[in-house]
Write a protein that binds this ligand. Structure first.
Ligand code: ATP
Length: 516
């Protein structure tokens, strides 16, 4: 039978007689051809066409049969992997590319899509789609189609890096701005990292546990968090857990109703939780909170409401909690003096404030700042002598920034001239000048030393004022000798908590607002 070959499909061709007559476009017989030869030629031309098409793809294609033998590769495969096709056809994929994902698909027969796969030997990234090849229920092999995404990935990484740098820069600028607004001094990387962490956590509602030595600036960091949070228009209330007698802590925190106990104030009393409602409650020296109180605090944090003494119904409160400590709470948990459940509730985010000796770059800045502050306050014009500056940089500062601040105030008060020399340092520092202890050693033995008379002669004026000035100096010095710990200074001076904190407030020592 004569036929027009272009119109035949392979399937139709198979049903034809072994010899097929061939006509031209006008229907004229032009010759004949054997069916088998025609079938062969057609199958060749089909696979040749397919290969031609596949070679136009930018994606690399590799196909293996069910035994793992490579039977097809397109030219992008050889370009991306830098291998010649001839060397790979017929080889076992397990030997060519051991560990390749295509081997997993061969074994599991489940498709795999990989976004960013790194090929170490080529230093290239590829994204791949790997499918099992099936005809009906028969498994034939696997095809993997992948793309070289190295340029995109590296570009993406460069953009991410640039963004990170820009973000860091922005964070640093933000940190600087906040620091100057709140008069917080520092430039050391360690301190700047702490400030940056505070700014990040400020935007969240997470409870924060601030750790650091006495006087290192934990309260300052708490202020940064509050001032940069959504609660900044509401109060930040400070509670120094160490300064409140154990029997008063509950009424301080939760308040009481009028007439709820003998001695209760008329009209009752608002507790710190109520005062901080909508804002932030800063619990300083949380390690000093008695165990019974820890349990009550935990209950409040879990329930979001307080039990006011003498009141029937609980009061809902919305308070963000920031706690601070210089004590090893983890060890206290082991010793059963601090509740583990409370620790986890408080320590959603932990921020460490570095001690001053861990950031000596900040000493000069801080010393200068405080000298200017007290020069203005006491109307003086003190400048540092060379020896004092050297000493300040080598001293170990066990009381951290607070000790440095007190030292500056002491010198400005004591110095009658304009040059701040060694003789104007507090006695416990003066005696270290030139000694090895000044150079980084802890002044442990001074912690228990008795307070020395400060040795300033009477300079005129009423006795009441002269005694007041002397009392203030003694308080400052006692705190400095106790490495900034007010609690220890108070015990050493053998005065009641009430008197001690009233005097601190009276003389404006160390921000009396936290000493509730
Ligand atoms: N970076 C700083 N810049 C300026 N002043 C600072 C800085 N750090 C701390 N201070 C000042 O030092 C004193 C002690 O700081 P702060 O009360 O924040 O320390 P603390 O770690 O909370 O102390 P404590 O352990 O006694 O609670 C405060 O008067 C504070 O104003």
């Amino acid at each position: 039978m004569d036929t027009c070959l272009q119109e035949l499909t392979l399937e139709e061709l198979k049903s034809y007689a072994p010899v097929i007559g061939v006509t031209d476009a006008a229907g004229q017989k032009v010759g004949q051809v054997e069916k088998d030869l025609l079938l062969y030629l057609l199958s060749m031309s089909a696979s040749w066409m397919l290969a031609e098409i596949m070679d136009r793809f930018q994606e690399a294609v590799i196909a293996i049969d069910r035994h793992g033998r490579i039977f097809y590769l397109n030219s992008s495969y050889s370009k991306i992997l830098g291998v010649s096709l001839g060397r790979l056809i017929g080889r076992d994929i397990r030997q060519v590319e051991p560990g390749a994902e295509i081997i997993n698909v061969l074994e599991k027969k489940i498709p795999v899509f990989q976004e960013k796969q790194y090929i170490k030997t080529l230093d290239k990234y590829v994204s791949a789609r790997i499918y099992p090849l099936e005809r009906g229920s028969e498994f034939l092999g696997v095809v993997s189609i992948f793309q070289d995404t190295t340029v995109e990935v590296k570009l993406g990484e460069a953009v991410a890096k640039a963004n990170e740098i820009a973000l860091n820069y922005q964070r640093q600028a933000e940190a600087q701005e906040q620091m100057s607004r709140l008069e917080i001094i520092g430039k050391s990387p360690a301190f700047m990292k702490t400030v940056s962490q505070a700014l990040i956590v400020a935007k969240t509602e997470a409870s924060v546990l601030i750790k650091g030595e006495n006087g290192a600036g934990k309260e300052m960091i708490a202020k940064i968090i509050h001032e940069n949070s959504g609660r900044k228009t509401k109060p930040m209330i400070l509670v120094n857990c160490a300064a409140i007698p154990e029997n008063l802590i509950e009424s301080e925190l939760f308040g009481y109703e009028e007439g709820s106990f003998t001695g209760a104030k008329a009209g009752g009393k608002m507790g710190k939780f109520e005062l901080a409602n909508g804002g932030t409650l800063f619990l300083d020296e949380i390690g000093d909170m008695p165990m019974a109180m820890q349990a009550k605090l935990l209950r409040v944090l879990q329930a979001g409401e307080i039990e006011k003494i003498g009141r029937q119904r609980n009061i809902p409160v919305n308070v963000r909690l920031i706690a601070a400590t210089n004590q090893p709470l983890e060890q206290m948990i082991q010793e059963k003096t601090f509740r583990q459940d409370l620790y986890f509730r408080l320590n959603i985010v932990e921020i460490d404030v570095p001690s001053l000796k861990e950031r000596r770059e900040d000493i000069g800045l801080l010393a200068n700042h405080f000298l200017q502050v007290y020069n203005r306050r006491y109307e003086k014009k003190l400048t540092f002598s060379h020896e004092v500056l050297t000493f300040l940089h080598t001293y170990s500062w066990p009381g951290n920034v607070r000790e440095l601040k007190n030292c500056m105030e002491y010198a400005v008060i004591m110095c009658s001239g304009e040059l701040f020399g060694i003789s104007h340092l507090p006695p416990h520092m003066k005696q270290l000048v030139g000694s090895e202890e000044a150079a980084g050693a802890e002044v442990m033995e001074l912690a228990g030393a008795s307070v020395q008379p400060v040795g300033q002669s009477y300079q005129g004026g009423p006795l009441r004022e002269a005694l007041g000035a002397l009392e203030k100096k003694i308080l400052i010095e006692a705190i400095a000798q106790n490495r900034g710990s007010k609690v220890r200074a108070m015990k050493e001076l053998e005065v009641s908590k009430r008197t001690f904190y009233r005097k601190l407030k009276e003389y404006g020592i160390n921000g009396s607002e936290k000493d509730t």
